[in-house]
Design a protein around this ligand. Structure first.
Ligand code: GDP
Ligand code: MN
Length: 382
């Protein structure tokens, strides 16, 4: 799960990382009020989960609270587009942050290097909006400090890495402290990424995290009740948020066929067959093993919330999951939700015969194989 900048900063601040003051707003009046607290000297920053907001026009510096408010009005509801995110994201909130007088911009990150099977701290004296270019053109300007898995991160190693990165001497001691703290935050919150770009040296000699990006390990979220709130606020897609709440694996895609299956492998196969039949899936959803009728109903409900869905393909292979349970779930969903879309269903495996009897009474199109189901979907959509 990716945290918004304001959430990332809150988290890092709780581990002692210095961040500028500020607050979030979803309207111009609130934004103006926050800006007034800082005498109008603020930065208004779109809270969207994408890189390159500055270049996309989502970050602007002010010295007047009224103007900060007006910019907020312009920004909210606008779609920001960046090379990293060509589809763009609509801005719903802004962070109105205390403006910092920047002298130097650095880059610092703690992340997992999967290839090395180690955590790594990355440090660069060339932080700021062009860090991708630095990485591509002068990779040596980014120093990597691999964490020894046995004894962790030692102070002298951090000092050495900061020196190798040629961080301004005035910032060096504070950088060492900051790196200890972000690494502590990274470990304690089960993050997979903590990135600060830029981390700045201010005109009055302080080191502050001006931007922050934290990604948490979804598989460890159960250990962190403190992130439950953040999870609702950082979901990009309302249906994904709802699915997460119900504990259902749901992924949004860009076609028009809703896909429900059980087990990741079978769902992947179904997507391939839909594509082979010349159609594109709108989403896919894994009902999981041993799904009961109620859960299946919830899954159908979720998939149909997506207004792009024009037809639905249900592909179940019963093992632990019983075909008749799934069939009952589908029939209940059809009755309660007043579904108008065509549905093709293929249920094989445990209790498949009974499933077929149950489905025979319902208004849907049966299929015996995945290929047949995909072909029938393609005919419908043609
Ligand atoms: P990003 O483009 O999404 O990475 O957004 P950032 O938060 O990193 O902001 C982009 C750039 O705006 C930074 O690299 C800074 O140069 C500038 N910026 C952000 N906050 C401040 C600030 O408080 N003062 C000044 N002078 N510049 C800032
Ligand atoms: Mn940034």
């Amino acid at each position: 799960m990716k945290l918004h900048e304001y959430q990332s900063k809150e988290l890092l601040a709780s581990f002692g990382v210095p961040v500028p003051g500020g607050d979030v707003a979803d309207n111009s009046r609130d934004a103006e009020k926050i800006a007034e607290l800082y005498g109008g000297r603020v930065v208004v920053k779109a809270q969207v989960l994408m890189g390159g907001r500055g270049k996309a026009g989502g970050v602007k510096i002010f010295d007047d609270a009224g103007e900060a408010g007006r910019f907020t009005r312009e920004l909210i509801g606008k779609r920001l587009v960046s090379p990293q995110n060509p589809a763009g994201i609509v801005v719903e909130k802004v962070l109105v942050a205390e403006r910092v007088e920047i002298e130097k911009e650095f880059y610092v990150a703690a992340l997992l290097d999967r290839a090395q099977q180690k955590e790594v701290i990355m440090i660069s004296a060339k932080g700021g909006v062009d860090i991708e270019q630095v990485a591509a053109e002068t990779p040596d300007a980014i120093v990597r400090l691999y964490v020894n898995t046995k004894w962790g991160l030692c102070d002298y190693e951090i000092r050495d890495a900061v020196e190798r990165a040629e961080i301004d001497r005035r910032a060096a001691r504070q950088m060492v402290l900051l790196i200890q703290r972000i690494y502590h935050a990274y470990l304690s919150s089960d993050a997979t990424l903590v990135e600060i770009n830029p981390c700045v040296l201010t005109a009055d000699g302080r080191v502050i995290a001006v931007d922050a990006k934290v990604t948490l390990d979804d598989n460890a979220l159960f250990r962190h009740a403190e992130f439950a709130q953040a999870s609702d606020e950082s979901a990009e897609d309302p249906i994904e948020a709802e699915a997460a709440k119900r504990g259902i694996a749901y992924v949004k895609l860009d076609g028009d066929v809703g896909v429900i299956g059980n087990g990741a492998g079978l769902v992947m196969l179904t997507l391939d067959e839909v594509a082979r039949a010349g159609r594109k899936a709108a989403n896919f959803l894994d009902v999981g093993g041993g799904a009961q009728a109620e859960r299946v109903k919830q899954c159908v409900e979720l998939v149909l919330m997506d207004t792009n869905v024009k037809s639905l393909l249900i592909n179940i292979f019963g093992g632990i999951t019983r075909g008749d349970e799934v069939a009952n779930g589908v029939v209940n969903a059809l009755e309660e939700l007043d579904v108008k879309l065509p549905i093709v269903a293929r249920i094989e495996g445990t209790n498949a015969e009974e499933a077929k009897r149950i489905l025979a009474g319902a208004n849907l199109i049966p299929a015996d194989t995945v290929q047949e189901a995909a072909a029938k979907i393609a005919e419908l959509s043609a």
